[in-house]
Write a protein that binds this ligand. Structure first.
Ligand code: NAP
Length: 331
């Protein structure tokens, strides 16, 4: 049981611009709601910073826009305080940006502790890990010895894609923002990196980084990086469209039939939720790699509920490596 009596939450005050500011939110409080029959009271321990959430603060491309004045939703990890599950059970769910969540028991997924840190349920063993593994294994299906280009390579999905690709025997070329992130990629087995913050000619940069050609492209960026990848990739190349971080506040990619047709390219728009039937297989494979210490997740931790806006901004702008998380009860 908790001795606290008040819950604190962050509400969306105004739609953010290209940067996310604490001024875009207000902090509200209310009594902690006791769970009714069939409900659980969860102490929200960790908030997951994800691009889909930012997309929902600015518009409705990734699901309904979050109404102004309402509590921020968002994936999270917590422990059960009381209600329909044993106290102390580790649970995940869309608990939102608050310190305590009173939710139906069906909205809290009980998790088993395993070889990975608990927080990896929000990254390597959560939606980002499933996304990386499934898009690579079920869509791109690359053969060993081939070359894969990855954008957003130092982020959550991208860093997992890179590790999984190397495990498959691929040459991996990463695109990331800034010298520090590029250096980190080179220290982690990438054959070459492209710093998106210094590139002037994208096609030339890609061809220079991959003298033997690019066979596969894992796209987390969209925009002009995707346009250039279509130009630079080898005939018969395969591209998986996973995210479009480069298009939130910049023009979307323009692709022509000529580009795609005469090179015989395949583009696959990937949505992880189309692959639920393969989640079990993907989770087992990811956990196996974790147990073998072949999969690592870098984390950037932000402290306290009030740090969530800054955490979202850092995640979007690539300030900090890997998965961005907010440790909620650390104000
Ligand atoms: N399709 C699906 O089912 C699915 C599921 C989960 C996630 N996703 C997508 O996968 C992508 C990666 O997700 P994540 O959670 O791992 O996020 P993330 O990569 O940790 O964070 C986003 C990254 O985008 C990069 N970025 C920012 N502005 C950019 C720009 N103008 N051009 C190119 N890159 C830019 C930044 O890295 P750098 O500064 O290093 O470039 C930033 O760190 C996201 O687009 C997300 O929406 C898709």
């Amino acid at each position: 049981m908790t001795t606290e009596t008040r819950n604190f939450e962050l509400r969306l005050k105004q739609r953010p611009g290209s940067d996310v500011s604490p001024d875009d939110f207000t902090l509200g409080d209310s009594p902690i709601e006791a769970p009714q029959a069939g409900q659980v009271l969860v102490k929200v321990e960790w908030l997951s910073m994800d691009t889909y959430l930012y997309e929902r603060t600015i518009g409705d491309a990734m699901g309904p826009a979050i109404p102004l004045g309402s509590r921020m939703p968002g994936r999270a990890l917590g422990t059960v305080v009381s209600g329909g599950l044993p106290a102390g059970t580790l649970v995940s769910g869309d608990f939102g940006w608050q310190k305590y969540a009173t939710v139906d028991a069906s909205a809290a997924t009980a998790l088993e502790r395993n070889a990975a840190p608990d927080t990896w349920y929000l990254s390597a063993l959560g939606a980002p890990g499933l996304t990386a593994w499934l898009a690579l294994h079920k869509v791109l299906k690359p053969a060993a010895g081939k070359t894969l280009l990855v954008s957003g390579a130092a982020g959550t999905v991208g860093s997992l894609v890179g590790q999984l690709a190397r495990e498959l025997g691929l040459n991996v070329i990463g695109i990331a923002g800034g010298a520090e992130r590029c250096k980190w990629l080179m220290q982690h087995g990438y054959q070459a990196v492209i710093d998106r913050k210094t590139v002037t000619d994208w096609k030339q940069a890609m061809l220079a980084a991959a003298p033997n050609g690019i066979d596969f492209y894992y796209d987390n960026a969209g925009g002009r990086i995707l346009e250039a990848a279509v130009q630079a990739i080898a005939p018969g190349g395969r591209i998986v469209l996973c995210g479009h971080s480069g298009e939130y506040t910049s023009p979307t990619a323009k692709l022509t039939a000529t580009d795609l047709l005469y090179k015989g390219l395949t583009l696959h728009g990937f949505r992880v939720w189309d692959f639920t039937a393969q989640f079990k297989e993907a989770r087992a494979a990811l956990l196996d790699l974790i147990i073998q210490k072949k999969l690592h997740m870098e984390e950037t931790i932000h402290h306290g509920l009030a740090s969530a806006p800054a955490a979202m901004d850092a995640m979007l702008n690539g300030n900090g490596l890997g998965k961005h998380l907010v440790k909620v009860h650390e104000d």
